[in-house]
Write a protein that binds this ligand. Structure first.
Ligand code: FAD
Length: 98
């Protein structure tokens, strides 16, 4: 049976990747700012302590450029892959993004 952390993580990744795929190709300054604020806030309230600490550290080290959908999608895939490495899960290849 899957743990709370796994179910939460699976649904959150699905939400984040779907959200990124459906953003406009080029975000306005307001949309970029709002996306950034949303993502930063999520990293503070994510309801799994171990994941939240990792999330906050990643956001701290890597500066996100939220001006283009493709950059946000790539950023999320990279971030997801970093967590995959930590958990010994297979990496996802970026060439799948359009
Ligand atoms: C922000 C965040 C931080 C997390 N930190 C931790 C942690 O510190 N410790 C911990 O134990 N768990 C953590 N998790 C949970 C972990 O990442 C997984 O979600 C969980 O282990 C369930 O894994 P899963 O096998 O269902 O696949 P998931 O990793 O949830 O992935 C779901 C599906 O996304 C696809 N996928 C896989 N990799 C990528 C990628 N790079 N880009 C796009 N799609 C991809 C695959 O089809 C996969 O089946 C975190 C989750 C999130 C959202």
């Amino acid at each position: 049976m899957k743990s709370y952390k796994e179910i939460l993580g699976n649904k959150t990744w699905s939400f984040l990747h779907t959200l990124a795929e459906n953003l406009p190709d080029k975000l306005t300054k307001k949309e970029s700012r709002e996306f950034r604020q949303f993502f930063l806030y999520l990293s503070k309230i994510y309801p799994c302590e171990e994941c939240q600490i990792f999330f906050a550290k990643y956001i701290d080290k890597f500066n996100i450029d939220p001006s283009k959908r493709i950059l946000i999608s790539k950023y999320l895939i990279d971030f997801h892959n970093i967590v995959n490495i930590k958990l010994n899960k297979p990496l996802y290849l970026k060439k799948k993004i359009k």
